[in-house]
Design a binder for this molecule. Structure first.
Ligand code: UDP
Ligand code: MG
Length: 313
């Protein structure tokens, strides 16, 4: 069999309920393109029956399906990177498993790749998520836009297309915490964005807790920008200058008005505020150091439990 033209990469974490629905729409949508394709499912250490379901899907569609079972949960973005390393297609499309990205839209992403783009971003139309997720993600998009050189309208939409050159560049990276669309962005030379439909989760619940979401966005901010660090030092500089002026003013008052000890609570206010800023600053520095530490340990980013593939396909 010839090498596939299109590789589709789908990370799976506890999606047992949704997998049959996904397959019922994914394969017809891909068959309709009438081009050789492969689908790479990465089981991101699921604790439900996802792995067994993926084995069954593999048994049925060995001609086009490959399954990578990871030993433990490493998160959506690393799981996608594990999948990208196994892609063979000229065009690579990533997709969520929960049908929030309609598989029928893959054809439109592929058309943009055919047109010579190597980074096809997407913008969710009428995003079907809870209001606080939408608000938070607008805020994060705006911050990311200011503090990095990455210009993506909707960074959270994971239905995306990448050219082989971009995927090869990503595969050469060894970072342990990353944000796939941002990483790809830097390696692409012909970028484009298209609007895509967005649906409600077909089954199950979101796999992102608030904590996981915050961690992911720290990965994005610290992985692609040094501005948070620079802001801390700029703020420190500003506070020192203000304090210097304040001390000078107090010294003059001491001479002119004699000793005074009012405003104790104001002092408390200012001090607790500054301690807060200090801890926040320390935390930001810690975010970078933690990532450097993870990186220098050079432990494997993920461990493969089993790889299911038919070597004839
Ligand atoms: N996912 C994963 N590992 C994780 C969390 C999520 O592989 O630790 C997968 C999940 O199975 C889904 C995709 O990433 O295919 C997006 O997850 P989800 O739909 O829960 O995110 P949301 O749409 O709520 O942002
Ligand atoms: Mg989802």
């Amino acid at each position: 069999m010839s090498a596939p033209d299109i590789s589709v990469v789908i990370p799976i974490f506890n999606e047992e309920q949704g997998l049959p629905l996904l397959c019922a729409r994914l394969f017809p949508a891909l068959d309709a393109l009438r081009r050789p394709y492969e689908v790479i499912f990465i089981d991101d250490g699921s604790r439900d029956g996802s792995a067994a379901a993926l084995r069954a899907i593999f048994a049925k569609r060995r001609d086009v399906v490959r399954v990578l079972l990871l030993r433990f949960n490493v998160g959506q973005h690393l799981a996608i990177l594990a999948g990208l390393e196994r892609t063979r297609g000229r065009h690579v499309v990533t997709l969520d498993a929960d049908l929030q990205n309609p598989p029928e839209e893959i054809g439109r992403v592929v058309a943009e790749l055919d047109a010579g783009h190597d980074f096809v971003g997407t913008v969710r139309q009428l995003r079907q998520d809870v209001w606080w997720r939408r608000t938070a993600s607008n805020l994060i998009n705006a911050i990311r836009d200011r503090i990095t050189d990455i210009r993506i309208t909707d960074q959270g939409c994971m239905l995306r297309g990448y050219g082989r050159n971009v995927v090869d560049a990503m595969n050469a990276c060894e970072e342990v915490s990353t944000f796939v669309p941002a990483l790809a962005y830097g390696f692409a030379t012909r970028r484009t964005e298209i609007p895509v439909a967005h649906e409600e989760r077909a089954a199950g619940e979101t796999k992102y807790s608030l904590y996981k979401l915050i961690r992911l966005n720290f990965d994005l901010m610290t992985g692609f920008s040094l501005v948070p660090l620079q802001l801390v030092s700029l703020f420190g500089l500003l506070v020192s200058m203000i304090s210097l002026g304040f001390v000078a003013y107090l010294a003059v008052r001491r001479i002119v008005m004699g000793p005074e000890a009012e405003g104790l609570f104001t002092l408390f206010g200012i001090v607790t505020f500054l301690i807060g800023v200090l801890l926040f600053g320390l935390g930001i520095v810690g975010e970078y150091i933690g990532r450097i530490y993870q990186q220098v340990r050079r432990r494997p980013r993920y461990l493969v439990l089993e790889s299911l593939q038919d070597d004839r396909s």
